[in-house]
Design a protein. Structure first.
Ligand SMILES: Nc1ncnc2c1ncn2[C@@H]1O[C@H](COP(=O)(O)OP(=O)(O)OP(=O)(O)O)[C@@H](O)[C@H]1O
Length: 264
């Protein structure tokens, strides 16, 4: 049953590759305005799920609704319109190496708007500034940027069309702790500025504790548990508990609170 409060609704989603069942009757709701993290072990199907939500892979069964639209029955016009309502930051940035950073950020605007080149360049520069990149980064090639700067440029591109929904695939993967902390802050400030709904795949305890409103833990083909980290700390499943035996949650930059379970 669709509700206005849910931006995404997955119902009984099944995904299989040959005999390999990745998701079996998976249900998940993403609420408007929340930052939802998707966690879970390697191979639990986080990336495939994200790909299914952005029309890059079709589930074997079940339904996925975005903004109330069933992804399986979209017309071409609806698909085009829907793609403008979300932005995606891929794990390795997904920037085109032969294009400058500004040209990369401009691409969605060139594809989806009728704006003139000067306006598009100005918007791209504004988005890059918003993500904290120095002005001289815009005319560089992605290969000339650090890992943290590439993430920022990729976020600027994901925000090019002022999306309502932002997908982040392991936004801090491969970053040193200081750069990760910068990305944590960036997600929080972007969320606050745009009032976005954010869905991110992450293993990063700093993001899970300090940035996410709720965390969905995938395992055994389904959402094993969903809730705040505090709520999940009481969950008994070993895959969920694995997130609570690691003391790296207190890494610098995480918005650290001592969880109740640690003080007992
Ligand atoms: N195109 C594909 N063809 C066949 N199997 C695939 C394909 N894509 C994913 N899989 C399989 O689906 C399972 C889930 O993959 P997925 O990449 O979603 O896992 P994940 O939870 O994101 O893992 P990780 O944390 O290691 O990135 C894996 O066993 C993977 O091998």
């Amino acid at each position: 049953m669709a509700t206005d409060d849910n931006v995404i609704e997955l119902r009984k989603v099944g995904t299989r590759f040959g005999n390999h069942v990745v998701h079996a009757d998976l249900d998940l709701d993403v609420r408007r305005g929340e930052i939802l993290a998707i966690a879970g072990g390697s191979g639990s199907g986080k990336s495939v799920l994200l790909r299914e939500m952005i029309l890059l892979h079709q589930p074997s069964s079940g339904s996925i609704r975005l903004f109330g639209d069933d992804l399986a029955t979209l017309s071409e016009t609806q698909t085009h319109a829907l793609r403008q309502r979300w932005g995606v930051m891929f794990q390795k940035g997904g920037l085109f190496g032969a294009l400058t950073v500004r040209a990369n950020v401009s691409l969605p605007l060139r594809e989806h708007s009728e704006l003139d080149d000067t306006t598009i360049d100005e918007i791209a520069e504004w988005k890059l500034a918003l993500t904290g990149l120095p002005p001289d980064a815009s005319l560089k090639l992605p290969g000339e940027l650090s890992g943290g700067m590439i993430k920022r440029a990729a976020l600027a591109r994901a925000l090019a069309l002022d999306p309502e929904l932002l997908f982040l695939d392991e936004p801090t993967a491969g970053l040193d702790p200081a750069s990760s902390a910068g990305v944590d802050e960036l997600i929080l400030s972007t969320h606050a500025l745009y009032g976005l709904t954010v869905v991110m795949i992450t293993h990063d305890l700093g993001l899970l504790w300090g940035v996410s409103h709720r965390v969905a833990v995938l395992g055994e083909g389904r959402v094993l548990a969903i809730g705040t980290m505090e709520e999940l700390s009481h969950h008994e499943h070993p895959i969920v508990q694995a997130y609570f035996v690691d003391t790296r949650a207190g890494r610098p930059g995480a918005k650290e609170e001592v969880p109740a379970w640690k003080t007992r």
